[in-house]
Design a protein around this ligand. Structure first.
Ligand code: NAG
Ligand code: NAG
Ligand code: NAG
Ligand code: NAG
Ligand code: NAG
Ligand code: NAG
Length: 770
């Protein structure tokens, strides 16, 4: 008898998660089912099912954590009509409020109707809310501002009215706000400027109007979609990280700001169907990231030349219905597969019948009172052209009126003909998104290009699995021991190689205390990071607190950056490969700082902490994770609270400059090809670098630079990298450049090097063997 008992109690301790859902929460779910009028997709919920362990199904996701529901997602089938008259939104939220542990709430296309009641504030743990495609109306209740943990708020395709809520400023963690297709009106309030974490703001298809506040303080803003509102007249001022900017169909007038050509992360720019005038900047065609550019239906002027360059990644380009002259750049007309180029109704030299004669565009430009502003490169043509147009327009003032009418009529026609739906850029696969908990925040991951990652999705591992993978943590699988615990190499059942970090805790904590940490770790997935694959807890048998935490990472096979640049023997990277490795590290660093929330800073970057994979892509392997540092300091491992996050951001600025300095040291090693292990070496070499930069003669430089590099590099490219390196190593943190500046310069160095290689026909593809 006693041995049976012992067996069962051990069993219970081993599986702390298999306990039943609290019955009160189960009752609430059943009540929700009734309030939703027993939809077919909830038919398997009844008194006897353990809802937490129900069969997964595309309409319903319930995630429980230790007897409480943390995630509830119910999706109707899209063709839903409003629930019957008897439905009460008030009772619905009263029932929801009995699930106070909910972090993710997604109730879409369910036919919910009514005005969201103030008691939504009782769901105080909410982080992600998606209630798209319902029939919710009235204002968005002010009480939402009490949900301090809220990161994502999506209320698309409803009938919310009133102004854009000005209380959003009290939600300091907000990263995604999407209120697409409602009937909001009035201006965008100034308070939005304080949302420093904001990455995505989608207000398309509303009745918002008026001038935009200065959005340049939203330094993390990546997606701004204002399509089909009445915003204007001035072009918004924005931070430099914008990836998607859609101003289509608003009331913007005036010229495009020249700063637009410095948005080098911009992938999608749509300013079509506004009233923009003045010169179109051809440099927009060659922005390094641009993929989608639509300026149709404005009155932009300027002359295009065949020899202008454009970004290879540009897949959609619409210049239609502007006042452009000259000829289409050959880089656009070269028929790249899958590339769409539209340019009807301009004055371009082309077979296309919709083009007007040159004089027409010049007269039009004159008629709207804007002369093409003088551009340096084309000034000769321009002044001549303007002189002609001035003369022409005095002579032909009457003709002009006629022309105008023809133009308007033809334009109306071309508009009709132009109804080609804008091509959707291929959705980035979302299956690689780490934690189920955050599956709904796909937006964030999409913009961060997480989908391209070729590693399995994040999950939790069983201890048995890890023991099997490492042959019971045998010594042959031991990789080493750092300040943050031991590392093992393992091979999973499916043949996948992994690196396993083992953390032993000095104090006892329940696994619940680790929730936040696990959430953060699960976000460490990016091409230039050694990505997290999952975790595993080991428990003490007596009180089922956590004894060890195993973190499973991808195994990167090709050695450290030091092995590949400055170590003994072996193949060494060429200059081209070194720059691309440096770009990789910088991108990884940028992701750690701004791609996850909270960002990770002071990551102890060094050549031995950067790993290189079989494609020679550099991956950062050291993270300043709170769970690691707190454990080292023997502090209580607490959840990262919202307050913690604020303090964290205070240290962020300092921490990011620490990383930049460490990055400078890595660059130094890349340039010199010598392992740098001592601080004093850095100081000395930095001085040498400075001296060599000052001395223009090549002789001094050769002595500093790795001979392997010097042989195969373009001097302009090398000079750029040396300059970046010196800046990164500045003594004053404030003198060090931002990650963005570093990336910009390195990308420039890569381009120059590429062009040079093209010219010199040197075959430099494979690494040089020592
Ligand atoms: C579930 O329990 C409720 C309350 O006890 C009861 O009214 C209902 O009939 C039960 N449903 C089923 C299917 O047993
Ligand atoms: C979708 O909804 C409609 C109307 O609510 C319903 O008739 C239909 O059976 C539903 N389809 C599925 C697959 O649930
Ligand atoms: C806007 O929402 C309505 C329902 O509220 C929907 O019928 C319509 O298709 C949506 N429009 C767009 C452009 O998504
Ligand atoms: C929004 O603006 C459109 C166009 O002006 C108008 O038809 C519509 O009634 C407006 N909606 C609301 C709710 O004000
Ligand atoms: C491009 O061509 C124009 C005229 O065809 C010429 O004036 C200009 O210098 C060229 N620019 C470059 C960079 O070759
Ligand atoms: C919100 O829910 C809708 C409907 O399920 C879904 O299509 C959309 O992708 C969700 N939004 C985000 C950002 O995940």
């Amino acid at each position: 008898m006693p041995s049976y008992l012992l067996f069962f109690s051990i069993l219970l301790l081993l599986f702390p998660f298999s306990t039943q859902l609290q019955s009160s929460q189960a009752w609430s779910l059943l009540r929700l089912q009734r309030l939703l009028n027993y939809p077919p997709f909830l038919s398997n919920w009844n008194n006897y099912t353990d809802i937490c362990y129900a069969e997964p199904n595309p309409y319903v996701t319930v995630v429980c954590y230790e007897e409480s529901i943390t995630q509830l997602q119910i999706t109707g089938n899209g063709t839903s009509s409003p629930l019957p008259q008897s439905f009460s939104i008030n009772s619905f939220f009263t029932t929801l409020a009995r699930l106070p542990t909910l972090k993710v709430l997604s109730l879409t296309s369910l036919g919910l109707w009514g005005s969201v009641p103030a008691k939504i504030s009782r769901l105080s743990s909410l982080e992600i809310v998606n209630m798209s495609s319902n029939f919710l109306y009235g204002i968005i209740p002010r009480e939402v501002s009490i949900l301090r943990g809220l990161q994502t708020l999506i209320l698309d395709h409803n009938m919310f009215a009133g102004h854009f809520p000005d209380w959003v400023s009290s939600l300091s963690l907000l990263a995604v706000v999407s209120l697409k297709n409602n009937t909001l009106d009035g201006p965008l309030p100034d308070s939005i400027k304080s949302l420093e974490s904001l990455r995505v703001l989608d207000l398309s298809l509303n009745n918002l109007s008026g001038p935009l506040p200065d959005l340049s303080s939203l330094t993390n803003l990546q997606v701004l979609n204002l399509e089909s509102n009445y915003f204007g007249p001035d072009f918004p001022s924005l931070g430099k990280k914008v990836i998607t900017l859609v101003l289509r169909n608003n009331r913007f007038t005036g010229g495009l700001p020249s700063s637009l050509s410095s948005h080098y992360m911009l992938e999608r720019l749509d300013i079509s169907f506004n009233r923009f005038v003045g010169p179109f900047m051809p440099s927009l065609l060659s922005l390094p990231s641009i993929q989608y550019l639509d300026i149709a239906g404005n009155r932009l002027t300027g002359m295009l030349f065949q020899n202008m360059s454009c970004n290879d990644g540009l897949v959609y380009m619409d210049l239609s219905s502007n006042l452009l002259t000259g000829s289409l750049p050959t880089c656009l007309s070269s028929n790249l597969k899958n590339r769409v180029v539209l340019y009807s109704a301009n004055c371009l030299a082309s077979e296309d019948k919709s083009q007007y004669p040159n004089s027409f565009c010049l007269n039009q430009a004159f008629a709207v009172g804007i002369f093409p502003r003088k551009q340096k490169k084309v000034s000769v043509h321009k002044t001549a052209a303007v002189a002609i147009s001035v003369a022409a327009s005095f002579v032909g003032a009457i003709l002009l009126v006629g022309l105008l009418m023809v133009f308007l009529m033809r334009r109306a026609n071309t508009r009709k003909a132009m109804k080609i739906p804008p091509r959707r850029l291929t959705e980035r696969a979302s299956n690689a998104y780490p934690s189920k908990l955050l599956a709904d925040a796909r937006y964030i991951s999409q913009t961060m290009k997480l989908g391209a990652l070729g590693v399995p999705s994040y999950r939790s591992f069983s201890l048995e699995e890890l023991e099997a993978a490492t042959n019971n943590f045998e010594s042959s699988s031991f990789l080493g021991e750092g300040s943050h615990g031991q590392m093992y190499r393992g091979k999973l059942n499916d043949g996948c190689l992994v690196a396993i970090r083992c953390l032993k805790f000095k104090r006892r904590h329940s696994s619940q205390n680790f929730n936040r940490h696990i959430e953060l770790i699960s976000k460490l997935r990016y091409r230039h990071l050694v990505s997290a694959l999952g975790h595993c807890f080991e428990y003490y048998l007596d009180d089922s607190t956590v004894s060890r935490l195993f973190l499973v990472f991808e195994y990167v096979s090709n050695g450290t950056l030091r092995n590949n640049v400055s170590g003994d023997g072996g193949q060494k990277l060429t200059w081209t490969q070194r720059i691309s490795a440096a770009i990789g590290v910088a991108k990884g660093m940028q992701f750690l700082h701004a791609g996850i929330l909270p960002g990770l800073f002071s990551n102890d970057l060094k050549a031995t902490n950067i790993l290189v994979d079989q494609n020679l892509a550099a991956k950062i392997s050291s993270y300043n994770l709170p769970v690691l540092t707190e454990n080292m300091k023997n502090e209580v491992v607490s959840g990262i609270s919202s307050n913690g996050l604020k303090e964290h951001s205070g240290r962020a600025i300092h921490g990011s400059k620490v990383d930049i300095h460490d990055f400078g040291v890595i660059l130094l090693e890349i340039i010199t090809g010598k392992p740098i292990t001592l601080h004093i070496d850095v100081e000395m070499m930095k001085d040498q670098l400075r001296a060599s930069m000052a001395a223009d003669g090549a002789g001094r430089k050769v002595s500093m630079v790795d001979p392997l590099v010097y042989k195969g590099c373009c001097k302009e490219s090398l000079k750029t990298v040396i300059e970046v390196c010196a800046q990164c190593l500045s003594k004053e943190p404030t003198d060090r450049p931002s990650v963005e500046d570093v990336l910009w310069n390195l990308q420039f160095a890569a381009q120059v090097q590429d062009a040079w290689r093209g010219d010199s026909h040197s075959s430099e593809g494979s690494p040089i063997t020592l």
